[in-house]
Design a protein around this ligand. Structure first.
Ligand SMILES: [Fe+2]
Ligand SMILES: [Fe+2]
Length: 279
């Protein structure tokens, strides 16, 4: 059972800028796309987990699936708050959200439960290498950006690392075939890619003057070796024998957790270091 905790943080995004990180726009836009994508994606996974419950015969795994869902639903609520703040100035962004949710609903209708659980297990497995690297380079990536969005993302990424084994545990119990999961990867990535591209196209359509960088260059400030390690970790996460529990957990996670447990305000994270964009 994951050592996970459902934390409802009192985020307030009133007046937040769409371009909340002008010093690192590619990364800022990537994080905006995360906000819009996680609503449909996390609902999709939660539906799959709920539908999987009747096939779970182990009480500890059932508890894991339910705890996972509880944590993911709180993530969605916080990102919805972020979107709500953006909608006050850019109401057309509702179409971007609706489009992404519809693509996930469509996928849920068109594929079976085994596919949905493979989708969740595959993508969740990438999060420890992906978000772990982002966390370890947080000063370079988030430094100088709006501290509220920084806090939102770091909270979410820490909790993704916290429940890193949940989706794969449920998949292994209900589906079992480790090779089936790997075989679905192409379809999973195509779906994610088309959703991300549609979200960025929606930003360009509905936000006048929005940076048009998409995700290109989002990781430009991560040096070559950690970037290589992150990519190797993401590829390794798709192997049939992969066990996310053994993934590297950044020291920041523990520090973040102790700050939370000590009653600190976790809704605003000031990372002031700011590395200039490499020439
Ligand atoms: Fe999440
Ligand atoms: Fe997750």
């Amino acid at each position: 059972m994951s050592d996970l905790e459902v934390r409802k943080l009192p985020f307030n995004f009133d007046g937040v800028e769409f371009d909340w990180h002008p010093g690192n726009q590619p990364f800022g836009m990537m994080m905006n796309a995360v906000t819009f994508q996680v609503i449909g994606f996390e609902h999709y996974m939660c539906k799959a987990m709920r539908d999987a419950e009747k096939f779970i015969t182990n009480p500890a795994i059932l508890a894991e699936a339910r705890a996972f869902n509880a944590q993911e639903m709180v993530h969605s609520q916080a990102h919805k708050k972020h979107i709500k703040a953006l909608l006050t100035r850019y109401p057309g962004l509702q179409e971007v959200l609706d489009g992404s949710v519809a693509r996930y609903d469509e996928l849920y209708k068109n594929e079976d439960l085994h596919f949905h659980l493979a989708y969740a297990a595959n993508i969740e497995a990438t999060f420890t290498p992906l978000f772990g690297t982002i966390i370890e380079h947080r000063e370079a990536l988030f430094g100088g950006g709006d501290p509220r969005i920084t806090a939102l993302m770091l909270w979410h990424f820490c909790e993704e690392i916290e429940h890193r084994s949940s989706a794969i545990t449920v998949y292994n119990h209900v589906v079992g075939s480790r090779f089936y999961r790997m075989k679905q990867l192409g379809k999973v990535l195509r779906h994610i890619k088309s959703d991300v591209e549609a979200i960025h196209a929606g930003f360009a359509k509905h936000v006048p003057g929005a940076p048009t960088c998409g995700t290109k260059g989002a990781f430009a400030r991560i040096p070559a070796w950690p970037t290589f390690r992150m990519i190797a970790g993401i590829i390794g996460s798709q192997m049939p024998w992969h066990n996310p529990e053994r993934g590297h957990v950044p020291a920041y996670y523990k520090a973040w957790r102790s700050r939370y447990e000590g009653g600190a305000d976790m809704t605003s994270e000031h990372l002031l270091a700011h590395n200039p964009v490499p020439a």
